[in-house]
Design a binder for this molecule. Structure first.
Ligand code: FES
Ligand SMILES: [Fe+2]
Length: 397
Protein backbone atom coordinates (compact mmCIF):
# COMPACT_ATOMS: atom_id res chain seq x y z
CA UNK A 1 0.00 0.00 0.00
CA UNK A 2 3.05 2.25 0.00
CA UNK A 3 3.83 2.89 -3.65
CA UNK A 4 2.51 5.96 -5.43
CA UNK A 5 1.04 3.91 -8.19
CA UNK A 6 -1.81 6.02 -9.55
CA UNK A 7 0.49 8.81 -10.69
CA UNK A 8 2.54 6.18 -12.51
CA UNK A 9 -0.55 4.98 -14.31
CA UNK A 10 -1.65 8.48 -15.22
CA UNK A 11 1.56 10.45 -15.65
CA UNK A 12 -0.15 13.01 -17.88
CA UNK A 13 -1.83 14.52 -14.81
CA UNK A 14 1.48 15.47 -13.20
CA UNK A 15 2.15 15.56 -9.47
CA UNK A 16 2.49 19.26 -8.68
CA UNK A 17 0.31 21.37 -6.39
CA UNK A 18 -2.98 22.77 -7.70
CA UNK A 19 -4.15 26.39 -7.59
CA UNK A 20 -7.09 27.09 -5.25
CA UNK A 21 -8.22 29.94 -7.49
CA UNK A 22 -10.96 27.84 -9.14
CA UNK A 23 -12.70 27.60 -5.74
CA UNK A 24 -12.45 31.33 -5.01
CA UNK A 25 -12.75 33.19 -8.27
CA UNK A 26 -16.13 34.67 -9.22
CA UNK A 27 -15.12 34.82 -12.84
CA UNK A 28 -14.15 31.16 -12.85
CA UNK A 29 -17.47 30.30 -11.23
CA UNK A 30 -19.41 32.18 -13.91
CA UNK A 31 -17.43 30.35 -16.59
CA UNK A 32 -18.19 27.00 -14.98
CA UNK A 33 -21.89 27.79 -15.06
CA UNK A 34 -21.69 28.87 -18.67
CA UNK A 35 -19.31 26.25 -20.06
CA UNK A 36 -20.20 23.26 -17.89
CA UNK A 37 -23.64 23.53 -16.32
CA UNK A 38 -25.31 25.09 -19.35
CA UNK A 39 -23.73 22.61 -21.79
CA UNK A 40 -23.20 19.17 -20.28
CA UNK A 41 -25.73 16.50 -19.38
CA UNK A 42 -26.93 16.81 -15.78
CA UNK A 43 -28.64 14.12 -13.77
CA UNK A 44 -31.79 15.43 -12.13
CA UNK A 45 -33.46 12.28 -10.86
CA UNK A 46 -34.53 8.69 -11.47
CA UNK A 47 -37.12 7.30 -13.81
CA UNK A 48 -38.98 5.63 -10.91
CA UNK A 49 -39.95 9.09 -9.63
CA UNK A 50 -42.28 9.46 -12.62
CA UNK A 51 -43.38 5.93 -13.44
CA UNK A 52 -46.92 6.70 -14.61
CA UNK A 53 -48.27 8.80 -17.44
CA UNK A 54 -48.66 12.38 -16.18
CA UNK A 55 -46.24 12.00 -13.27
CA UNK A 56 -43.88 14.93 -13.09
CA UNK A 57 -41.27 16.57 -10.92
CA UNK A 58 -39.62 19.96 -10.89
CA UNK A 59 -35.94 20.76 -10.59
CA UNK A 60 -34.89 24.33 -9.86
CA UNK A 61 -31.51 25.30 -11.29
CA UNK A 62 -29.48 28.44 -10.90
CA UNK A 63 -28.65 28.34 -14.61
CA UNK A 64 -32.14 27.97 -16.00
CA UNK A 65 -34.81 28.57 -13.39
CA UNK A 66 -37.31 25.81 -13.02
CA UNK A 67 -37.32 22.66 -15.16
CA UNK A 68 -40.30 20.32 -15.45
CA UNK A 69 -39.81 16.60 -16.15
CA UNK A 70 -42.94 14.75 -17.18
CA UNK A 71 -43.91 11.35 -18.53
CA UNK A 72 -46.13 11.80 -21.58
CA UNK A 73 -49.05 9.68 -22.83
CA UNK A 74 -46.55 7.82 -25.01
CA UNK A 75 -44.56 6.98 -21.82
CA UNK A 76 -41.64 9.14 -23.01
CA UNK A 77 -40.03 11.39 -20.40
CA UNK A 78 -39.69 14.99 -21.59
CA UNK A 79 -38.17 18.12 -20.13
CA UNK A 80 -39.64 21.63 -20.34
CA UNK A 81 -38.97 25.00 -18.84
CA UNK A 82 -41.55 25.22 -16.10
CA UNK A 83 -43.11 28.44 -17.24
CA UNK A 84 -46.21 29.47 -19.08
CA UNK A 85 -45.82 30.86 -22.60
CA UNK A 86 -48.39 33.60 -21.95
CA UNK A 87 -46.63 35.87 -19.46
CA UNK A 88 -44.10 33.56 -17.89
CA UNK A 89 -45.80 32.40 -14.72
CA UNK A 90 -44.37 29.28 -13.08
CA UNK A 91 -46.59 26.47 -14.30
CA UNK A 92 -46.23 23.65 -11.74
CA UNK A 93 -45.80 25.19 -8.32
CA UNK A 94 -44.91 22.24 -6.12
CA UNK A 95 -41.93 19.92 -6.44
CA UNK A 96 -43.87 17.04 -8.00
CA UNK A 97 -47.32 16.27 -9.36
CA UNK A 98 -49.47 13.86 -11.22
CA UNK A 99 -51.40 15.63 -13.95
CA UNK A 100 -53.64 14.96 -16.94
CA UNK A 101 -52.78 18.39 -18.30
CA UNK A 102 -51.05 21.50 -17.00
CA UNK A 103 -53.24 24.51 -16.30
CA UNK A 104 -51.51 27.79 -15.57
CA UNK A 105 -52.81 29.28 -12.33
CA UNK A 106 -52.60 32.84 -13.65
CA UNK A 107 -55.05 32.90 -16.62
CA UNK A 108 -55.73 29.27 -17.31
CA UNK A 109 -53.60 28.57 -20.41
CA UNK A 110 -53.58 24.80 -20.66
CA UNK A 111 -50.92 22.43 -22.00
CA UNK A 112 -51.01 18.70 -22.63
CA UNK A 113 -48.44 16.27 -21.22
CA UNK A 114 -46.33 16.62 -24.37
CA UNK A 115 -46.11 20.39 -23.86
CA UNK A 116 -48.59 21.43 -26.53
CA UNK A 117 -50.75 24.51 -25.81
CA UNK A 118 -54.30 23.14 -26.08
CA UNK A 119 -56.56 25.78 -24.56
CA UNK A 120 -56.46 29.55 -24.18
CA UNK A 121 -59.36 31.10 -22.27
CA UNK A 122 -60.99 34.00 -24.18
CA UNK A 123 -58.82 33.15 -27.15
CA UNK A 124 -60.73 35.52 -29.48
CA UNK A 125 -59.28 38.52 -27.71
CA UNK A 126 -55.74 37.69 -28.83
CA UNK A 127 -54.18 38.88 -32.07
CA UNK A 128 -52.99 36.24 -34.55
CA UNK A 129 -52.20 33.84 -31.75
CA UNK A 130 -51.21 30.47 -33.17
CA UNK A 131 -51.48 27.98 -30.32
CA UNK A 132 -49.17 25.56 -32.10
CA UNK A 133 -46.31 28.06 -31.72
CA UNK A 134 -46.70 28.61 -28.00
CA UNK A 135 -46.22 25.25 -26.38
CA UNK A 136 -43.92 24.78 -23.41
CA UNK A 137 -40.25 25.45 -24.15
CA UNK A 138 -38.47 22.10 -24.39
CA UNK A 139 -35.28 21.10 -22.57
CA UNK A 140 -33.26 18.14 -23.88
CA UNK A 141 -33.85 15.09 -21.67
CA UNK A 142 -32.66 11.51 -21.94
CA UNK A 143 -32.25 8.41 -19.78
CA UNK A 144 -29.20 6.32 -18.92
CA UNK A 145 -29.74 3.24 -16.72
CA UNK A 146 -32.90 4.85 -15.34
CA UNK A 147 -31.12 8.11 -14.49
CA UNK A 148 -32.84 11.14 -16.03
CA UNK A 149 -30.43 13.65 -17.51
CA UNK A 150 -31.16 17.06 -18.97
CA UNK A 151 -29.03 19.35 -21.10
CA UNK A 152 -29.72 23.08 -20.99
CA UNK A 153 -28.10 23.73 -24.35
CA UNK A 154 -30.72 24.30 -27.08
CA UNK A 155 -28.49 22.16 -29.28
CA UNK A 156 -26.41 19.70 -27.18
CA UNK A 157 -22.97 19.07 -28.65
CA UNK A 158 -23.25 15.33 -27.95
CA UNK A 159 -25.89 12.76 -27.11
CA UNK A 160 -26.24 11.46 -23.58
CA UNK A 161 -24.74 8.12 -24.55
CA UNK A 162 -21.74 9.84 -26.14
CA UNK A 163 -21.40 11.89 -22.99
CA UNK A 164 -21.55 8.83 -20.70
CA UNK A 165 -18.80 7.34 -22.86
CA UNK A 166 -16.61 4.80 -21.04
CA UNK A 167 -19.09 4.41 -18.18
CA UNK A 168 -21.64 2.89 -20.51
CA UNK A 169 -20.31 -0.60 -19.70
CA UNK A 170 -21.58 -0.23 -16.14
CA UNK A 171 -24.47 -2.58 -15.45
CA UNK A 172 -26.34 -2.61 -12.20
CA UNK A 173 -29.99 -3.32 -11.32
CA UNK A 174 -30.69 0.26 -10.21
CA UNK A 175 -34.40 -0.09 -10.94
CA UNK A 176 -34.68 -3.03 -8.56
CA UNK A 177 -33.74 -0.77 -5.66
CA UNK A 178 -35.92 1.68 -3.76
CA UNK A 179 -35.24 5.08 -2.36
CA UNK A 180 -35.01 4.60 1.40
CA UNK A 181 -33.64 8.00 2.39
CA UNK A 182 -33.06 11.38 0.77
CA UNK A 183 -31.00 14.17 2.29
CA UNK A 184 -30.85 17.80 1.15
CA UNK A 185 -28.56 20.50 2.51
CA UNK A 186 -27.36 23.93 1.49
CA UNK A 187 -23.69 23.88 2.29
CA UNK A 188 -21.45 26.94 2.51
CA UNK A 189 -18.73 25.74 0.17
CA UNK A 190 -17.90 25.79 -3.52
CA UNK A 191 -19.47 22.87 -5.42
CA UNK A 192 -16.04 21.42 -6.23
CA UNK A 193 -14.91 21.57 -2.61
CA UNK A 194 -18.07 19.62 -1.74
CA UNK A 195 -17.42 17.02 -4.42
CA UNK A 196 -13.77 16.68 -3.49
CA UNK A 197 -14.48 15.23 -0.07
CA UNK A 198 -16.32 12.38 -1.73
CA UNK A 199 -13.41 11.79 -4.13
CA UNK A 200 -10.86 10.66 -1.57
CA UNK A 201 -10.60 8.35 1.43
CA UNK A 202 -7.73 10.24 3.04
CA UNK A 203 -10.13 12.11 5.33
CA UNK A 204 -11.96 9.01 6.56
CA UNK A 205 -9.81 8.25 9.66
CA UNK A 206 -10.06 11.91 10.73
CA UNK A 207 -13.42 13.38 9.73
CA UNK A 208 -15.26 10.11 10.35
CA UNK A 209 -13.28 8.83 13.30
CA UNK A 210 -16.37 8.60 15.51
CA UNK A 211 -18.88 7.28 12.97
CA UNK A 212 -16.78 4.71 11.06
CA UNK A 213 -13.52 4.41 13.01
CA UNK A 214 -12.36 1.18 11.37
CA UNK A 215 -14.69 0.42 8.43
CA UNK A 216 -12.34 1.60 5.67
CA UNK A 217 -8.99 1.60 7.42
CA UNK A 218 -6.85 -0.96 9.20
CA UNK A 219 -3.27 -1.58 10.23
CA UNK A 220 -2.64 -2.82 6.73
CA UNK A 221 -4.32 0.19 5.09
CA UNK A 222 -4.48 2.98 7.71
CA UNK A 223 -5.38 5.79 5.28
CA UNK A 224 -8.08 4.12 3.19
CA UNK A 225 -6.08 3.72 0.00
CA UNK A 226 -8.20 2.83 -3.01
CA UNK A 227 -8.19 -0.74 -4.31
CA UNK A 228 -8.43 0.50 -7.87
CA UNK A 229 -8.69 3.73 -9.80
CA UNK A 230 -9.86 4.21 -13.35
CA UNK A 231 -9.78 7.61 -14.99
CA UNK A 232 -11.90 8.08 -18.09
CA UNK A 233 -11.85 11.09 -20.34
CA UNK A 234 -14.15 13.13 -18.05
CA UNK A 235 -15.60 10.71 -15.54
CA UNK A 236 -13.70 8.48 -13.15
CA UNK A 237 -14.18 5.45 -10.94
CA UNK A 238 -12.51 3.93 -7.88
CA UNK A 239 -12.99 0.92 -5.60
CA UNK A 240 -12.95 1.50 -1.88
CA UNK A 241 -11.30 -0.67 0.73
CA UNK A 242 -13.16 -2.43 3.56
CA UNK A 243 -11.32 -3.50 6.69
CA UNK A 244 -11.69 -7.29 7.07
CA UNK A 245 -11.14 -6.92 10.80
CA UNK A 246 -13.78 -4.25 11.24
CA UNK A 247 -15.61 -4.86 14.49
CA UNK A 248 -19.27 -3.95 14.18
CA UNK A 249 -20.83 -2.01 17.01
CA UNK A 250 -24.05 -3.37 18.54
CA UNK A 251 -26.53 -1.60 16.25
CA UNK A 252 -24.39 -2.34 13.22
CA UNK A 253 -24.14 -6.02 14.18
CA UNK A 254 -27.93 -6.14 14.24
CA UNK A 255 -28.05 -4.50 10.81
CA UNK A 256 -25.57 -7.06 9.41
CA UNK A 257 -27.56 -9.86 10.94
CA UNK A 258 -30.87 -8.93 9.32
CA UNK A 259 -30.01 -7.44 5.95
CA UNK A 260 -27.76 -5.22 3.89
CA UNK A 261 -25.93 -2.31 5.48
CA UNK A 262 -23.91 0.57 4.16
CA UNK A 263 -20.75 -0.58 5.95
CA UNK A 264 -21.00 -4.17 4.70
CA UNK A 265 -17.94 -5.78 3.16
CA UNK A 266 -18.09 -8.25 0.29
CA UNK A 267 -17.17 -11.52 1.98
CA UNK A 268 -17.31 -13.75 -1.04
CA UNK A 269 -17.41 -13.37 -4.81
CA UNK A 270 -21.17 -13.94 -4.58
CA UNK A 271 -21.57 -10.75 -2.56
CA UNK A 272 -20.17 -8.64 -5.36
CA UNK A 273 -22.77 -6.89 -7.46
CA UNK A 274 -22.55 -8.18 -11.01
CA UNK A 275 -21.70 -6.14 -14.04
CA UNK A 276 -19.61 -3.45 -12.40
CA UNK A 277 -16.78 -2.19 -14.46
CA UNK A 278 -13.84 -2.14 -12.07
CA UNK A 279 -11.26 -4.66 -11.09
CA UNK A 280 -11.33 -5.31 -7.39
CA UNK A 281 -9.06 -6.94 -4.90
CA UNK A 282 -10.36 -8.66 -1.82
CA UNK A 283 -11.84 -6.55 0.96
CA UNK A 284 -14.07 -4.58 -1.33
CA UNK A 285 -16.39 -2.03 0.26
CA UNK A 286 -17.98 -0.25 -2.71
CA UNK A 287 -17.32 1.24 -6.13
CA UNK A 288 -17.47 4.94 -6.74
CA UNK A 289 -18.31 6.49 -10.10
CA UNK A 290 -18.02 10.22 -10.58
CA UNK A 291 -20.10 11.24 -13.57
CA UNK A 292 -18.86 14.66 -14.62
CA UNK A 293 -19.75 17.28 -13.69
CA UNK A 294 -21.80 16.82 -10.53
CA UNK A 295 -23.03 13.27 -9.95
CA UNK A 296 -21.30 10.78 -7.66
CA UNK A 297 -22.59 7.26 -7.43
CA UNK A 298 -21.55 4.68 -4.84
CA UNK A 299 -22.48 1.04 -5.32
CA UNK A 300 -22.01 -1.40 -2.44
CA UNK A 301 -23.29 -4.75 -1.25
CA UNK A 302 -27.09 -4.43 -1.29
CA UNK A 303 -27.16 -0.64 -1.63
CA UNK A 304 -26.27 2.28 -3.82
CA UNK A 305 -26.37 6.01 -3.33
CA UNK A 306 -26.11 9.15 -5.39
CA UNK A 307 -24.79 12.58 -4.49
CA UNK A 308 -25.65 15.53 -6.71
CA UNK A 309 -24.05 18.93 -6.25
CA UNK A 310 -25.76 22.08 -7.52
CA UNK A 311 -23.91 25.38 -7.43
CA UNK A 312 -26.04 28.08 -5.79
CA UNK A 313 -23.25 30.65 -5.50
CA UNK A 314 -19.47 30.64 -5.63
CA UNK A 315 -19.38 29.45 -2.01
CA UNK A 316 -22.77 27.80 -1.65
CA UNK A 317 -23.95 24.41 -2.90
CA UNK A 318 -27.14 22.41 -2.80
CA UNK A 319 -26.03 18.89 -1.83
CA UNK A 320 -28.54 16.13 -2.58
CA UNK A 321 -27.98 12.58 -1.42
CA UNK A 322 -30.33 9.70 -2.18
CA UNK A 323 -29.80 6.28 -0.63
CA UNK A 324 -31.28 3.15 -2.21
CA UNK A 325 -31.72 -0.45 -1.08
CA UNK A 326 -33.89 -3.39 -2.09
CA UNK A 327 -37.43 -3.15 -0.72
CA UNK A 328 -37.48 -4.41 2.87
CA UNK A 329 -39.40 -7.67 3.12
CA UNK A 330 -39.66 -7.86 6.88
CA UNK A 331 -39.05 -5.98 10.12
CA UNK A 332 -35.46 -7.22 10.35
CA UNK A 333 -34.55 -5.74 6.97
CA UNK A 334 -36.19 -2.49 8.01
CA UNK A 335 -33.90 -2.42 11.04
CA UNK A 336 -30.91 -2.85 8.73
CA UNK A 337 -32.15 -0.04 6.50
CA UNK A 338 -32.68 2.24 9.46
CA UNK A 339 -29.09 1.73 10.56
CA UNK A 340 -27.80 2.64 7.08
CA UNK A 341 -30.05 5.68 6.88
CA UNK A 342 -28.88 7.09 10.17
CA UNK A 343 -25.21 6.32 9.58
CA UNK A 344 -25.37 7.94 6.12
CA UNK A 345 -26.89 11.04 7.70
CA UNK A 346 -24.12 11.17 10.29
CA UNK A 347 -21.40 10.78 7.64
CA UNK A 348 -22.96 13.56 5.59
CA UNK A 349 -23.08 15.92 8.54
CA UNK A 350 -19.42 15.26 9.20
CA UNK A 351 -18.62 15.95 5.54
CA UNK A 352 -20.72 19.15 5.48
CA UNK A 353 -18.88 20.53 8.44
CA UNK A 354 -15.48 19.58 6.95
CA UNK A 355 -16.12 21.24 3.59
CA UNK A 356 -17.48 24.42 5.18
CA UNK A 357 -14.28 24.53 7.19
CA UNK A 358 -12.22 24.22 4.01
CA UNK A 359 -14.10 26.99 2.23
CA UNK A 360 -13.75 29.31 5.21
CA UNK A 361 -10.02 28.60 5.27
CA UNK A 362 -9.58 29.14 1.53
CA UNK A 363 -11.57 32.37 1.68
CA UNK A 364 -8.83 33.91 3.82
CA UNK A 365 -6.79 34.02 0.63
CA UNK A 366 -3.67 32.87 2.45
CA UNK A 367 -3.27 29.54 0.68
CA UNK A 368 -2.48 29.80 -3.03
CA UNK A 369 -2.10 26.10 -3.78
CA UNK A 370 -3.24 22.76 -2.46
CA UNK A 371 -0.90 19.79 -2.16
CA UNK A 372 -2.39 16.53 -3.40
CA UNK A 373 -1.23 13.03 -2.56
CA UNK A 374 -1.35 10.09 -4.93
CA UNK A 375 -4.55 9.03 -3.15
CA UNK A 376 -6.17 12.30 -4.17
CA UNK A 377 -5.72 11.62 -7.88
CA UNK A 378 -9.48 11.79 -8.51
CA UNK A 379 -9.37 15.45 -7.44
CA UNK A 380 -6.43 16.09 -9.73
CA UNK A 381 -8.30 14.57 -12.65
CA UNK A 382 -11.49 16.43 -11.77
CA UNK A 383 -9.78 19.86 -11.70
CA UNK A 384 -8.11 19.04 -14.99
CA UNK A 385 -11.46 18.28 -16.65
CA UNK A 386 -13.11 21.36 -15.16
CA UNK A 387 -10.13 23.41 -16.34
CA UNK A 388 -10.43 21.98 -19.85
CA UNK A 389 -14.04 23.17 -20.09
CA UNK A 390 -13.38 26.58 -18.58
CA UNK A 391 -10.03 27.00 -20.37
CA UNK A 392 -11.43 26.19 -23.77
CA UNK A 393 -13.83 29.10 -23.40
CA UNK A 394 -11.00 31.42 -22.39
CA UNK A 395 -9.20 30.44 -25.56
CA UNK A 396 -12.25 31.23 -27.62
CA UNK A 397 -12.56 34.75 -26.18
S1 FES B 1 -49.16 33.60 -17.36
FE1 FES B 1 -50.00 31.64 -17.65
S2 FES B 1 -51.95 31.98 -18.37
FE2 FES B 1 -51.16 33.98 -18.07
FE1 LIG C 1 -16.56 11.72 4.06
Amino acid sequence: MKSKKWALEYPQLGTGPLAVEPCLSREYFEQEREQIFRRTWLNVGREEQILNVGDCFVKDLLEAGSILLVRGKDAVIRGFHNLCSHRGSRLVRGSACSARRFVCGFHGWTYDLEGKLIYVPDEDQFFDLKKSEHGLKPVAADIWQGFIFINLSPDPAETLSEFIGELSTLRYPFAAMQLVAGYRAEVNANWKVCMNIAQEGYHIPFVHKRSIPDSHSSKENPFSHFLSVKLHSRHHSASWYANPEHRPRPAEALAFKYGAAVTQRANTEDDLPQGLSLERGSNWAFDEHVVFPNLIMLIGVGWYLTHRFWPLALDRTQWETDFYMAKARNAGELVSQEFSKVLTRDLLREDFSAVENVQAGLASGVLARMQLSDQEILLRHFYKVVGDFVGSCNKRR
